[in-house]
Design a protein around this ligand. Structure first.
Ligand SMILES: NC(=O)c1ccc[n+]([C@@H]2O[C@H](COP(=O)([O-])OP(=O)(O)OC[C@H]3O[C@@H](n4cnc5c(N)ncnc54)[C@H](OP(=O)(O)O)[C@@H]3O)[C@@H](O)[C@H]2O)c1
Length: 314
C-alpha cells in the first residue's frame, strides 16, 4: 500500500499494445515556480498517445514512461508565481483545463501558463479532452479560414478534430462534405454535414455530393484526401493536413507545424462547445484502473467519439 503522499500513475516499460500499460505508485510532487498541483479529474486520450505507446512515433522520455497530454482537474496547491497566461493568479480550488506531460495520473504538476479556468457549462470530461484535438482544429481553421462562399471537404468528419472543424464550417455558412464510416453517418448528417464514405473513389463521391467545385480541404487522413483534393483542383494553399509532414510537403499543402499552443485560443474553442453551438461527443469514460480498455477502444480506429479517463474523484 502506498503512503499518504503516493498516487497512482499510468506507466509502461516497453512499447506495445494497451496491455503494457500499468498503474504505478509514485510520489505526489510539489509544485515549483509557475506551477500548480492538480487533482486530475479527466484526461482525453489521443491517437498520438497510441502511436507513441506502440512505437509508431518515437517517445521522447525514458522508461518507465508516462502517457497523456490533455487534462482537467482541481488545483490543490500552487508554487510561487502561479499565474494563468493572462497574469491572473491561480488559486487553490480553481477547476482548470489545458495540457501537461504524462497527464494520466491522480495528481499532476502543470505549468500554470498551460491551463485556464474551465468555462461555465463545459463538462469536465470534455474540458480534459480538449487541448490536443481542439487546438489542432483551431490551427487548421487559422491556416485555411472558411466562409459562406466555401465548399469544404473534411476528412474524416466523424473524428474528434474533423467533427469540430466541420461544425465550425457549417456555422460559418459553408457547404460541408465530410467523410465517415456508415456507423457515424447519421451523427455527421444531423450536424449539417453531407456524409460520404472514405476510401477509394473519394473524389467522385465528393463531386457528386457537392455539385460545385471544392474550395477548401481539412485533412487528418493523409494521401487519400490529398490525392482527391489535387484531382478536384483545390489550390494547395486551401488544403491543410494534420497527417505526416512528408506527405504534406509532397503535395505542397499547409500544415499546422508552426502553430503555437495558446490557452486563449483553447478557451475560444471551449466557448463554441459550452455555448451549445457545436457538439463534442464523448464515446466513453473509464476509471484509471481500466486504462488498457480505454486504449484498446482508441486503437480500433473507430472510437465513435472522444475517449476519456477519469483518474480521481471518480
Ligand atoms: N498533428 C497534430 O497536432 C494532431 C492533433 C490532433 C490529431 N492529429 C491526428 O489527426 C488524426 C485524427 O485525430 P482525431 O483525434 O480526430 O481522431 P479520432 O477522434 O480518434 O477519430 C478517428 C477517426 O478516423 C476515422 N478513420 C478510421 N479509419 C479510417 C480510414 N481508413 N480512412 C479515413 N478515416 C478513417 C474514423 O472514422 P469512423 O469512426 O467514422 O470510421 C474517425 O473519424 C489522427 O491521426 C491524429 O493523430 C494530429
Amino acid at each position: 500500500m502506498g503512503g499518504m503522499a503516493d498516487q497512482r500513475a499510468v506507466q509502461y516499460d516497453q512499447t506495445g499494445g494497451p496491455e503494457v500499460l500499468r498503474l504505478a505508485d509514485v510520489p505526489v510532487p510539489t509544485p515549483g515556480e509557475g506551477r500548480a498541483l492538480l487533482e486530475v479529474r479527466a484526461v482525453g486520450i489521443n491517437p498520438y498517445d497510441a502511436k507513441v505507446l506502440s512505437g509508431r512515433v518515437p517517445g521522447t522520455t525514458p522508461f518507465p514512461r508516462g502517457i497523456g497530454s490533455d487534462v482537467a482537474g482541481v488545483v490543490t496547491a500552487v508554487g510561487p508565481d502561479a499565474t494563468y497566461a493572462d497574469g491572473t493568479p491561480v488559486t487553490v480550488g480553481d477547476t482548470v483545463f489545458g495540457w501537461g506531460m504524462n497527464t494520466l495520473r491522480e495528481r499532476l504538476v502543470v505549468r500554470t501558463s498551460s491551463v485556464a479556468p474551465v468555462p461555465a457549462g463545459l463538462p469536465l470530461s470534455i474540458a480534459g479532452a480538449l487541448a490536443t484535438p481542439g487546438l489542432a482544429a483551431a490551427a487548421c481553421w487559422d491556416a485555411v479560414p472558411v466562409s459562406a462562399e466555401d465548399v469544404v471537404l473534411v476528412s474524416p468528419a466523424s473524428g474528434t478534430v474533423g467533427f469540430l472543424l466541420s461544425q465550425w464550417a457549417v456555422r460559418a455558412g459553408a457547404q460541408v462534405i465530410g467523410t465517415t464510416s456508415r456507423a457515424n453517418s447519421e451523427r455527421v448528417r444531423d450536424a449539417g454535414i453531407t456524409p460520404v464514405a472514405y476510401g477509394p473513389g473519394l473524389a467522385e463521391r465528393v463531386t457528386a455530393a457537392a455539385g460545385r467545385p471544392l474550395t477548401a480541404v481539412f485533412d487528418s487522413v493523409g494521401r487519400e484526401t490529398l490525392d482527391a483534393a489535387a484531382e478536384l483542383g483545390v489550390p494547395p494553399q486551401r488544403v491543410v493536413t494534420l497527417a505526416d509532414d512528408d506527405v504534406a510537403a509532397e503535395f505542397g499543402v499547409r500544415t499546422t507545424a508552426a502553430a503555437t499552443r495558446s490557452t486563449a485560443r483553447l478557451v475560444e474553442v471551449a466557448a463554441t462547445i459550452a455555448s451549445g453551438e457545436v457538439m463534442f461527443p464523448v464515446a466513453a469514460v473509464f476509471g484509471l484502473d481500466r486504462v488498457a480498455e480505454a486504449f484498446a477502444l482508441l486503437e480500433t480506429g473507430h472510437p465513435g467519439g472522444k475517449i476519456v479517463v477519469a483518474p480521481a474523484g471518480s
